[in-house]
Design a protein around this ligand. Structure first.
Ligand SMILES: [Zn+2]
Length: 118
């Protein structure tokens, strides 16, 4: 699946094309995020900011479930993001099942930290 460069804060909402506001996103997530910066947390029903990949740490808001097949939101931000971006849709879960089988997935926390630019 090709990656796209996403504006975390969309240009339509004043987001700038600067490193701090850009991230790689698969086209599926980028399409589902669209121009949103917030979504409903399914547990509280409250409008909640989406996960900010430049400012927040993945493991504080999400964890892998079912041996890496599904992502669970641990916080309002995590839950709203999983639902809004449909991070456990059938295509992704099927792909993860193949990646788990060959040992590519889930990523180890150390690998995630090393790849994150500072
Ligand atoms: Zn994605």
């Amino acid at each position: 699946m090709p990656f796209e460069i996403d504006h975390v804060i969309p240009e339509s909402l004043g987001g700038l094309t600067v490193r701090e506001n850009l991230c790689l996103s698969c086209s599926s997530c980028n399409d589902r995020k669209n121009c949103r910066t917030a979504a409903i947390d399914p547990t509280t029903g409250q409008l909640t900011p989406l996960f900010h990949p430049r400012r927040q740490t993945w493991s504080q808001h999400f964890q892998w479930r079912d041996d890496g097949l599904r992502i669970e939101g641990l916080t309002p931000v995590g839950r709203a993001t999983v639902l809004a971006l449909q991070l456990n849709n059938t295509v992704l879960v099927t792909a993860r099942r193949s990646w788990v089988r060959v040992g590519w997935h889930p990523p180890k926390e150390e690998q995630v930290r090393k790849k994150r630019p500072r």
